[in-house]
Design a protein around this ligand. Sequence first.
Ligand SMILES: [Zn+2]
Length: 172
Amino acid sequence: MFCTNCGKPVAPETRFCTHCGTDQTALPAAAPPQPFHAQVASSAAPAVAMHTPTPLPTAALSSGRGVTPAIWAVVGTLAVAILGGLGYWGWSNKVAGEETANKLTAVEEQRRLAAEQASAASNQAAEAQQILAAQAAMDKRIEVEEAQARANPQTQPGQAAQSPAPPPPVKR
Ligand SMILES: [Zn+2]
């Protein structure tokens, strides 16, 4: 048989457990009544209140208290992992974006410089053209003015030259 207190094997004739010293003679008598007593106790309201609900709430509470922190720990770990992943993702994306932006900026800078050079060249060409045009216009104007001056040498003197102007045709 086994000691009902410590569960270690003890000789049937032994009265006291050699391990824990529990009186084994009382146990055979107590062992059958124990389930009976438990049944009676479970059927008895106060005993039920004492036995059944107490372990259950404590178990539930302890398990609940144990589960909730565990859940929160898992949730926290997941949140940290997710946030960390998101942070790393965002950071890597930001870095990649910055690198891309830098590359784009460099490309755009090169394009802008090329465009500026092209525009500067075109501006220079345009300026040259403008200068040429202005020079041409000025030359033309000068030519026209010179031609006018040559055609009407008496223009400068004023109306005096214009009023005698009709008479010359008459003289012709
Ligand atoms: Zn024992």
